[in-house]
Design a protein around this ligand. Structure first.
Ligand SMILES: [Zn+2]
Ligand SMILES: [Zn+2]
Length: 956
């Protein structure tokens, strides 16, 4: 140690810190990198996915007698609005009972749901009045991520019948034992397997039994005659039929008829039980719709438009109107033009139900009471609306107080549109309007207050977002610069000879970094921040310390840059930025890959490659253009075409014949065993073609998968990993052998055009190797060997540490681009998630998620392996060290990750949200995946197995 004279403890600490940082080797760097990326990943859950719910509000209810004593809620799961309202081919309604209600008894409209259009968020919006937050993404999908209040919890008693998934959700959140659920057993799998309408008839039967039994059960009878009670009938049949047969099917439509008839019966039983006392309110709706192809979750109108029909106590009778203005043409289609349609948002149903039976509005509800549905005095409407406004204002106040408490007073920026004075003002004014019987004015003033309070709620909900995002971005930039500096430091001989006495960074830097760290920690401590905030805010400090202490390197690099003509510099920078943006965009639009490949095709013209090597350039252009066609085709599995798979197999055979003849011609000593190996591999390609063909034709005839085919498939898969290791290690022969083996497996896993993809990709890769050899010669670097004579060897990497050139950056970029192409060339993330069963039919036909997942994974990996093996060859011929390559890929992928950090979505369907998160994860883990892929490629290309253990003399 050279700093022994500093005896103070801080001195020791600093020395230790410096030493530690100086001896930071690749392993530490790797671990550190992992940690940093975990933090970056975790940060999105604190920034984007936090629960908006607050607790601690007081319940609010209207101080007037409610119109209804009890409420019946029918939810037909997965029912589309149009299928219910429209008339069938003969002009008859599928739901005559509901249509009769619309025309003679109640009010109707469309309920607009929000994405994700799933059962759980739909029911939460209906019954609890808020749109479920995406923090559910972070905290698991099934359990209640947060405690919430609901209509069912506020009711005196609730009886519910239906699916266990939905009912238990609200029973769990309710306090006390006033919620009774009756569910069928979720585990008994064949329940309703043949006829899912049983799910609905079960509910109707149980309700019938229930009311029958109630007549002889004194305690139940008295409970049923209480006020503020709810009956909730959850009907799952329509959703299940829709998934199984699609909404246009006979089954789906017949199920609607069944539900309609069942409801008619239920209503008459109830009215009979209560002696037609006119104190029952009815609501019929659904949690979400369904697409034409039988799915839901996203934001298509067929999924977000659900029916809403209500009648009974407190509800307006049908209103005849002469003309109604709506953007859509539904009214005409459904022949309902003359009955007033009133659309609502799904969460508005909760306050409506609460005001009908006179219970407090659910505490977290953000619904706005649809007063136009109410058949009541103007005073009641105004008072209810006032209650609604106060209830939402309460949430706003609690949220603001919470934020204010944890923020330093001088840093707190309140929501400007709704200061305390304004709140008081509006509330006072609304009260006085009600006193003066100016009810309409009161209602509109309350609506204004609600809108402001809702805006304020979202303002405070995203209050920390900006601050946290800045810290994460600082960390990202610091980390990327650090990786960049490492590349410069170890590979450019910038500083060589400039100054031998390495300047130790001044203690000023370390001291100020520690001071900043302490200051930040103290600042966070004062604000009572969660522990994760400390990590996000403190992490940039050591990272930037590590960057700034390399001040000398930065200075040298800048001096070097200044010697470059500015136009060059700006040009290169622009090309780099453009390249990165194309990569980022290709995650969303596959055709961007086509654009990139077209640019690649034009690349030889810019360099001198065209003049030097015409034939190589031409084949580069040809294969780039050919590969560019793939991202334009539909994703895998949409159009199965077995003949394209056969075509791919034939092309492989043709190619291997050409290679074989050229090899025999070139080498007099072409050894029998190698010839045998080649022939064996060609045979396996032929076999896999036969197996694929016969399997698909036998499945088409519904004869199942022949056992022989299955055995051969697995054998080919097993051999494909071993056979390349038997081939000679000379560059082309080994690569070709790998291609043949992987292609035979890929053909087995293909159903259409994608079988051609690895073939075209590897052709381009072969040309790439040649091209890189050419560019190297262009630079005047002597090339010791011709490509054809290069052999893969185990110790390729450590040999020479040569300087890095700009070309190496391009090579790294090409690699990343080809890897992205290998991934998105034939599909997108969504198509990866959805298993296309047809592609594993040659291996198994029984449903086994794990095995199928593994096979699909291998299918996705094959193009990657081909690219990596080719790159192994490029690395070998250009003598680029793996370390610097990984660092360059790290820089590229982190710049991309920063893009995706801002593109994380906290709204939309689960699929949208999940996809945005997986984009972020994919680019961040790119480097790690690359390390493993590189290892695999290294093994595949350099390892040589010998049969029978006898050494071969020719292999030296
Ligand atoms: Zn549902
Ligand atoms: Zn469903």
């Amino acid at each position: 140690m050279t700093f022994q004279d500093h005896n103070t403890s801080t001195g020791h600490l600093l020395i230790f810190l410096e030493d530690w940082l100086v001896t930071l080797d690749m392993l530490l760097f790797f671990i550190l990198g992992l940690f940093v990326h975990f933090v970056f990943f975790g940060s999105i859950f604190d920034i984007y996915f936090t629960s908006p719910l607050v607790h601690g509000m007081t319940p609010q209810f209207t101080p007037l007698p409610p119109p209804a004593k009890r409420l019946v809620l029918f939810v037909a799961d997965g029912l589309r609005a149009d299928t219910l309202y429209e008339l069938d081919e003969n002009g008859n309604s599928r739901a005559p009972f509901i249509r009769n209600i619309i025309m003679h008894e109640g009010s109707w409209g469309l309920s607009h749901t929000r994405v994700p259009t799933e059962s759980r968020p739909g029911h939460v919006a209906l019954i609890a009045g808020f749109y479920e937050d995406v923090s559910a993404v972070a905290k698991g999908w099934k359990e209640n991520p947060v405690e919430f209040d609901s209509l069912i919890n506020e009711s005196k008693y609730t009886w519910s019948w239906g699916s266990p998934d939905i009912l238990t959700m609200f029973a769990k959140g309710a306090y006390g034992d006033h919620v009774f659920t009756y569910t069928y057993d979720a585990d008994s799998e064949d329940f309703g397997a043949h006829d899912v309408t049983k799910l609905d008839t079960w509910v109707f039967d149980k309700v019938k039994e229930f009311f029958h039994a109630a007549r002889n059960n004194q305690s139940l009878f008295s409970k049923l005659n209480e006020e503020k009670i709810v009956f909730f009938l959850h009907l799952l049949g329509i959703d299940t039929n829709g998934h199984a047969h699609r909404p246009s099917s006979r089954e789906y439509k017949d199920n609607i008829k069944l539900v309609d008839a069942g409801m008619k019966e239920m209503v008459s039983i109830l009215e009979h039980f209560y002696g037609n006392d006119g104190k029952t309110a009815f609501i019929f709706t659904s949690d979400h719709g369904m697409t034409d192809w039988g799915s839901h979750g996203a934001g298509h109108p067929s999924e977000t438009l659900t029916p809403f029909v209500t009648w009974g106590a407190g509800i307006k009778y049908p209103q005849k109107v002469s003309a109604q203005k709506f953007d859509d043409a539904f009214l005409k289609e459904w022949r309902l033009e003359s009955w007033k349609r009133q659309d609502i948002h799904q969460a508005d149903i909760a306050p409506l139900m609460a005001s009908l039976i006179g219970v407090p509005f659910p505490l977290n509800s953000v619904g706005i009471l649809p007063v136009d549905y109410l058949n009541n005095t103007d005073l009641f409407k105004a008072e209810s609306m006032f209650t609604n406004a106060i209830q939402i204002l309460e949430q706003f106040k609690v949220k603001m107080t919470q934020k204010k408490e944890v923020t330093l007073p001088f840093l707190f920026i309140p929501f400007k549109l709704l200061p305390e004075s304004k709140q008081l003002n509006i509330v006072r004014k609304a009260r006085s309007y009600i006193k003066q019987r100016k009810y309409d004015e009161a209602v509109s003033l309350c609506k204004e207050l609600i809108h402001l309070a809702l805006k304020g709620l979202s303002y405070y909900h995203t209050y920390d977002r900006f601050f946290l995002a800045i810290n994460v971005v600082l960390g990202f930039l610091g980390w990327t610069s650090y990786a960049f500096l490492l590349i410069i430091k170890s590979h450019f001989n910038l500083t060589r000879g400039v100054n031998k006495e390495v300047k130790k960074p001044s203690h000023l830097l370390s001291c100020s970094c520690i001071a900043i760290g302490v200051f930040v920690a103290f600042f966070l401590l004062l604000q009572d921040c969660p522990w994760t905030y400390y990590i996000y805010c403190l992490l940039p400090v050591p990272i930037w310390y590590a960057v700034l202490r390399e001040f000398q390197v930065i200075q040298d690099f800048v001096t070097l840059l200044l010697t470059v003509p500015p136009s060059y510099f700006v040009g290169y920078l622009l090309v780099f930025i453009l390249g990165i943006e194309i990569l980022v965009l290709s995650f969303f639009y596959r055709y961007m890959l086509t654009a990139g490949l077209l640019a690649f095709a034009g690349w030889p013209f810019i360099t001198q490659l065209w003049t030097r090597a015409k034939s190589i350039s031409l084949s580069w252009i040809f294969f780039s253009l050919l590969l560019a066609a793939f991202p334009l085709m539909p994703v895998v599995g949409r159009k199965p075409d077995i003949f394209l798979v056969m075509g791919a197999g034939l092309l492989v055979l043709l190619l291997s014949l050409c290679v074989l003849t050229s090899l025999i011609k070139r080498k007099d000593s072409f050894i029998n065993e190698e010839l045998l190996l080649h022939l064996f591999q060609m045979l396996s390609v032929v076999l896999s073609m036969c197996v694929t063909y016969s399997t698909h034709s036998s499945l088409r005839k519904k004869q199942g998968l022949p056992l022989l085919n299955q055995i051969i498939s697995w054998l080919i898969l097993a051999f494909s990993l071993v056979l390349p290791l038997l081939s000679p290690t000379s560059l082309f022969e080994r690569l070709f052998s790998i291609l043949l083996s992987l292609m035979s497996t890929y053909i087995l896993l293909s159903t259409g055009y994608e079988a051609l993809f690895p073939l075209v990709l590897s052709c381009l890769m072969f040309v790439w190797i040649q091209v890189e050899q050419e560019t190297l010669q262009q630079r005047g670097i002597s090339c010791k060997q011709k490509v054809t004579s290069v052999r893969f060897t185990c110790s390729t990497d450590i040999t020479q540490f040569r300087q890095l050139y700009l070309d190496d950056v391009r090579r790294a970029f090409f690699l990343v681009f080809f890897l992205v192409t290998a991934f998105f060339g034939t599909g997108n993330i969504a198509s990866v998630n959805s298993f296309d069963l047809a592609s594993v039919y040659c291996f198994l036909t029984v449903f086994s998620p794990f095995m199928m997942g593994a096979l699909m994974m291998w299918k996705i990996l094959i193009p990657f392996v081909l690219v990596m093996c080719a790159f192994e060859a490029v690395q070998l011929t250009t003598q680029l060290s793996s370390k610097s390559l990984f660092l360059m890929v790290l820089v590229i992928s982190d710049i991309m990750a920063l893009h995706f950090f801002f593109l994380v979505k906290d709204y939309g369907s689960w699929l949208d949200i999940g996809t945005s998160i997986s984009h972020y994860v994919i680019v961040m883990s790119m480097t790690i995946v690359l390390v493993f892929l590189n290892g695999l490629a290294h093994l595949l290309t350099t390892k040589k197995l010998r049969l029978c253990g006898k050494p071969k003399s020719h292999l030296i």
